[in-house]
Design a protein around this ligand. Structure first.
Ligand code: FAD
Length: 464
């Protein structure tokens, strides 16, 4: 459920202590970039949590006291050690595109910008396993992998700006989830290089299950400097835009299509008013009804058009992603849908749900209670626990927290699972359960509790 108050937090550290830390860092490594100006500190303390009218007031005014930009693992270790010795909170930051205030420093301290760590260290040609640094921008990394015939399995729709470390630290799923499932599914993340926050920081290489507690932990239990991940064969994806007059047929196709043998990477379904308000990719025409956006392999082309036509759909445009100009189709999906919608409807917000199967019963019941003037559907096809499912990212008019809670309660009672985008806690953005492994990793890697304070509920509640 939405989070309406911050947990008790320590006061910001005294200015003199920050100054002493800055001086120590500068002496140790004069090439480190330290940002002290207020405008810089504010800029590096923000992310994209303004999609939530619940989080926006809660996180207002939370600003780092110092920003440090690093370019090497040694520099990360220097910052981690200095923060531990001076008892200063430390919050990791990639590109700052998270939606839940993940990298907003709740009690000031240092924000460490890791985007300078941006090398693909290794790609094993036999296994396709890559080792890449945390600050790699995902689209750049994918381009580099493609030179060797490989590609990322998963990427958020923000892949042109977001970092690999931030995706693991704060992301969950995205383009590719239709094929490859969720970021926390075993088999995506294979190993991590991690720096601990202690007076003498350790550089750890965690493999297999040992790295799971750091996957989607908001950087609360270790600073990730490099990641080993599985990749997939590079496929030249085609963008497809498909329109429907009838909503039920559109929902049926969104469920049937992933069960065919057609190779698909992404499936996004938009209810007509949402589709009409969004920009179109490349040279595609404006929406004439409900809209399905697909990324499909070239060998799907001969069958797809006829397959869709027989199910009441009209394929209005398709084009290879590699030659497309203008807005990429990817940037209309996932939370880019929310972004575009909110640019015209700033009073709206969204939810993140795993929809039950069959989905139609839930949609009909919700529609009876919540009309299109307050609730509109955006869905993404995903593979969850080995099954094809629809994730719902419905858009909703924000009429206060009570109405939001009532809508959430309706969704839950109809069998949906909530991944709450209106909470600051790691656990409540997921299944709501404290993960003892995440807390144990914090005890080991951040014994002073300095990393991103206030976000890991299990740590806050450990002595209660
Ligand atoms: C328009 C829009 C669309 C989006 N679409 C998607 C989507 O499709 N799928 C999805 O999952 N998310 C999506 N997001 C959320 C976000 O863009 C992604 O999760 C992205 O991968 C975050 O990367 P970042 O580099 O911006 O991370 P940041 O926002 O900088 O950080 C995210 C979290 O990870 C931690 N962190 C960052 N780097 C490290 C590190 N090296 N070590 C330890 N912790 C670290 C931070 O402290 C923070 O808690 C979207 C957001 C927007 C605004």
């Amino acid at each position: 459920m939405p989070c309406t108050a911050l947990p008790p937090l320590p006061d910001p550290v005294a200015a003199e202590r920050i100054e002493a830390l800055a001086l120590e860092l500068q002496r140790q490594d004069p090439s480190l970039t330290l940002l002290r100006e207020s405008a810089d500190r504010v800029r590096y303390s923000r992310d994209c949590h303004d999609y939530s009218p619940v989080l926006t007031p809660l996180l207002a005014g939370r600003v780092a006291q110092l920003v440090v930009r690093v370019r090497s693992v040694e520099q990360v270790m220097a910052v981690a050690g200095a923060c531990a010795r001076h008892g200063v909170p430390l919050t990791a930051r990639g590109a700052g595109t998270g939606n839940y205030g993940q990298c907003v420093p709740l009690c000031g301290g240092v924000v460490i910008d890791l985007m300078g760590l941006n090398r693909l260290r290794q790609l094993n040609p036999a296994s396709g396993v890559m080792v890449a640094e945390a600050g790699c921008i995902l689209a750049n990394l994918d381009q580099e992998l493609r030179l060797q015939g490989r590609s990322l399995r998963l990427a958020p729709s923000t892949w042109r700006t977001a970092s690999l470390g931030g995706f693991i630290g704060g992301g969950s799923s995205g383009i590719g989830s239709l094929r490859w499932g969720m970021l926390r599914d075993p088999g995506q993340l294979l190993a991590l290089e991690v720096i601990t926050v202690e007076p003498e920081p350790r550089r750890l290489w965690l493999e297999g299950e040992a790295c799971e507690p750091l996957n989607h932990a908001y950087g609360c239990n270790g600073l990730i400097t490099a990641l080993a991940m599985a990749t997939t064969e590079a496929v030249a994806w085609w963008q497809w835009v498909v329109d429907f007059d009838d909503w039920d047929s559109a929902v049926a196709v969104a469920q049937e299509l992933p069960a065919t043998a057609l190779l698909l990477n992404s499936l996004c379904l938009l209810e007509a008013p949402v589709a009409a308000s969004l920009p179109t990719p490349g040279g595609a025409p404006a929406a004439s009804g409900h809209r399905l956006l697909l990324l499909a392999a070239a060998d799907a082309t001969p069958l797809l058009e006829a397959w869709l036509r027989h199910r009441g759909a009209v394929s209005v445009w398709h084009q290879a992603e590699s030659v497309s100009r203008g807005l990429p189709l990817r940037e209309l999906t996932w939370n880019h849908t929310t972004l575009h919608w909110r640019s015209q409807q700033p009073g709206w917000t969204y939810l993140q749900l795993m929809l039950p199967r069959p989905t139609e019963t839930m949609l009909a019941s919700l529609r009876q209670r919540w009309g299109p003037e307050v609730l509109l559907w955006h869905m993404e096809g995903v593979r969850s626990q080995g099954e094809n499912r629809l994730a719902g990212l419905p858009l909703l008019r924000f009429d206060g927290i009570e109405k939001l809670e009532a809508l959430i309660a309706d969704c839950l009672s109809l069998g949906a699972q909530l991944f709450d985008p209106h909470t600051i806690y790691v656990e409540d953005g997921g299944l709501g359960l404290v993960d003892a492994g995440q807390v144990a990793a914090k005890v080991s890697n951040d014994p002073l509790g300095l990393l991103n304070p206030g976000k890991l509920r299990g740590w806050l509640e450990r002595n209660q």
